[in-house]
Design a protein around this ligand. Structure first.
Ligand SMILES: *Cc1c(COP(=O)(O)O)cnc(C)c1O
Length: 716
């Protein structure tokens, strides 16, 4: 493996920066980020926090200057020492709870998308960010995970709104030179190319490697010369709409992914499927075992005992189901390789509740994996009900699905200044102990003034960034001023500010708060106790209903009747999410239950002292404790649920939330509100962290599955 070609020649004294820039470790370590930022603040900003890009564009003078700065070198030495220690440390949590003689077996984690950082745009939303957090926390805890995914050179969709508020999509073509990725080389030093097994005509992938702390992530790219043009396009973009294109992506991810692991010399591993898209991995896993002498039933049994499927979808429509005709086209040679006939093969993915629909990826995964989990308590109930046809003779409590509620990677999502506040009051090692509730009890002792002033600073930072973006849009694209104003140029950091940032899917009801425009006008324009609402989020390119909801929101933001108190931030992504979850006052969430399987953005907000104002759904059913935020909405569905929920939201705002926010003490601080902020931090920090989540995955699935795997390996 070689360094990315774009890495410049660095002065000897600080040449570790090259290696650091190629390991996403830097992205969740504020001191490491500072090392890049100090080389040139504006360049850092202009690179959109991409050290690979920044280093490749930096004039040599800036690097030489840094080499002469004693304080820079001191920080450099400190960061590099910590980085080296992090990378070699072998006494990690996982090794302690699951001692084993060798490095193998490993956990092969498959996901369609990974949201690791803005500079590696191969994700669309929540599922990807969760997968990214999973890898980061695995690295921190020493869980031996290897990530597998696809590389999407045209993957990322940026959002821009027209004057009329209609969403337009702009695809970002990836500049390979500016990414923290390396080509994986074969023994001869050439870029590794692997054939996707069995399927004809042949599809090849080349392999990139991303280093996520200690965890490697392998990304397969079909855009290589040996592929015919149609196949070169397979991995071009994330979430293709056409079923055949989607099937071809899933074939590459699943079958190709296992082939890549084998080529890399990984022999013993369990499989963790993040959602159903990569489930074909299990087929190729079975084929490999059959090459080692097992028959299909034995291979299936082995896979059953050692594989985990995580379902994220609460509705049947969210699951990929491929027509039998399409499956036949691609899998004909494959079922023969497994020693199966057409019927036996199709039976693996047949949903008893809808047998004619086709090959159901979730049903297939549920049949093949002993370990299967939903992503919150509520989602577990929904999942059991959704899949009960697979277990006709079992009562709900006997259905073998468990739940692991999602969590967020704390070092990634805590604002660095909030992190420093925790350093001062929770003890400097709080991050090491952050999934222990006792770590957080001292949050009570943080002076209200300190937390409140920091929060106002973060809110101001958010509003400054919004204004800067609005300014650029106005100056560069010559949009009318009203469009700039609608993007938040008029917001005030001292006004109660709600944040609503999520995908514009209809069930999330972004426009719920707009249901009664007159009432909302009165709320936002109250001269004594005004309210602001910041919206952000993308609609799926093919979702015209979502786009119309977005347009409606944008038009309200543009409408002077709402006094410039409503804003829409374009192009929601990892970076915008960071600013929003750190900077607003309350995090609004109002999906139609039970359609939010978990949700994670509210966890990010709570960790930073932003209480949730949410319908009881997903993680909030477990998260809400009466002190750390608010719930609203009808409990049993009524005919006009939207109006009833909107009414409940207005009432909560008017009667509880607004009064609490504006109830200032003599010192100008809303102490009741700050108490709510503290309760949010305290309840969320330990429980809704990726650390708690990973430990739960380890105990409920990874360790039992690896033990089953080791037992088989020993027999051989
Ligand atoms: C956390 C996050 C999400 C997930 O948000 P939910 O709506 O709560 O599921 C989506 N997109 C980005 C960019 C995120 O950071």
């Amino acid at each position: 493996m070689t360094q990315n070609s774009a890495c410049p020649l660095l002065p000897e004294r600080i040449n570790g920066l090259g290696k650091l820039s190629m390991n996403l470790y830097w992205s969740w370590n504020p001191k490491a980020r500072m090392l890049f930022k100090l080389l040139g603040r504006m360049r850092w900003k202009e690179s959109i926090h991409n050290p690979v890009k920044m280093l490749s564009e930096l004039p040599l003078g800036a690097l030489e200057k840094a080499c002469k700065s004693p304080s820079y070198l001191r920080l450099y030495d400190e960061v590099m020492a910590e980085f080296e220690a992090y990378m070699v440390n072998t006494s990690r949590w996982f090794d302690a709870v699951f001692p084993r003689p060798q490095k193998e077996p490993l956990i092969a984690y498959f996901s369609f998308e990974y949201g690791l950082h803005r500079s590696l745009p191969i994700y669309a939303g929540g599922l990807g960010v969760l997968a990214g957090d999973h890898l980061k926390e695995s690295s921190d805890l020493g869980v031996p995970v290897v990530g597998i995914g696809l590389f999407y050179p045209e993957g990322y969709v940026h959002q821009r709104l027209t004057e009329q508020g209609w969403q337009e999509e702009h695809r970002e073509l990836i500049n390979y030179n500016y990414l923290p990725i390396e080509k994986v080389k074969d023994k001869a030093g050439k870029w590794l190319i692997v054939r996707v097994p069995v399927v004809e005509p042949a599809i090849y992938v080349s392999v990139w490697r991303v280093q996520v702390g200690r965890v490697p992530l392998y990304l397969m790219d079909t855009n290589i010369e040996v592929n015919d043009p149609w196949n070169r396009e397979i991995s071009a973009r994330l979430y293709m709409g056409d079923p055949e294109e989607r099937l071809r992506q899933e074939i590459v991810l699943g079958l190709g992914g296992i082939a890549v692991l084998k080529t890399l010399g990984l022999q013993e591993f369990m499989v963790h499927l993040n959602e159903g898209h990569p489930a074909f991995a299990l087929l190729e896993h079975a084929r490999g075992l059959m090459e080692r002498g097992l028959d299909f039933e034995q291979a299936k049994e082995y896979i059953y005992r050692t594989s985990l499927f995580t379902t994220h979808t609460p509705v049947p429509a969210g699951i990929d189901v491929f027509s039998y005709a399409l499956m036949e086209k691609y899998f004909h040679p494959y079922w023969e390789a497994l020693g199966l006939n057409r019927e036996a093969f199709f039976k693996l993915g047949l949903n008893p509740a809808d047998p004619n629909a086709g090959f159901n990826m979730a049903v297939f995964a549920l049949r093949m994996c002993h370990f299967a989990n939903a992503v919150s308590k509520k989602h577990l109930e929904v999942s059991k009900d959704m899949w009960k046809a697979l277990w006709k003779d079992k009562r709900p409590e006997e259905i073998p699905i468990f739940h692991v509620t999602n969590g967020v990677h704390v070092p990634t999502w805590v604002d660095p200044k909030v992190g420093l506040l925790f350093d001062r009051h929770l003890g400097r090692d709080w991050l090491e102990r952050h999934d222990d509730p006792r770590t957080w009890s001292n949050i009570q002792d943080v002076p209200d003034k300190e937390l409140w002033e920091l929060h106002i600073w973060l809110k101001t930072k958010l509003l400054n960034i919004m204004r800067e973006r609005a300014r650029r849009r106005w100056a560069r694209d010559k949009v009318p001023a009203s469009v700039g104003l609608a993007q938040g140029a008029l917001l005030d950091p001292f006004v109660l500010t709600l944040g609503f940032a999520r995908r514009f899917a209809a069930y999330k009801r972004a426009d719920l708060i707009l249901s009664d425009p007159e009432r909302l006008k009165r709320i936002v324009s109250n001269p004594l106790r005004p309210v602001q609402v910041i919206f952000a989020g993308k609609a799926h390119p093919d979702d015209s209903l979502g786009k119309r909801i977005l347009q409606n929101v944008f038009n309200v933001a543009k409408d002077p009747a709402f006094c410039g108190r409503i804003a829409f931030v374009e192009d929601y992504g990892e970076q915008t999410a960071q600013y929003l979850v750190h900077g607003v006052d309350a995090w609004l969430n109002n999906p139609i239950p039970p359609l939010e399987a978990s949700g994670t953005s509210g966890m990010k907000a709570a960790l930073n002292g932003v209480p949730n104002l949410s319908i009881l759904d997903g993680w909030w059913v477990e998260g809400f404790n009466g002190q750390n935020g608010w719930t609203f909405g009808v409990e049993t569905p009524t005919e006009n649920r939207d109006m009833a929920d909107a009414e409940a939201l207005y009432r909560a705002l008017e009667q509880e939330i607004i009064p609490l926010y504006y109830d200032l003490g003599e010192d100008g601080i809303p102490h009741g509100w700050v108490a709510m902020m503290k309760a949010a931090i305290k309840s969320c920090g330990p429980t809704f962290s990726a650390r708690r989540m990973l430990k739960e995955y380890a105990h409920k699935a990874y360790i039992p599955a690896l033990m089953a795997l080791l037992a088989v390996v020993e027999q051989r």
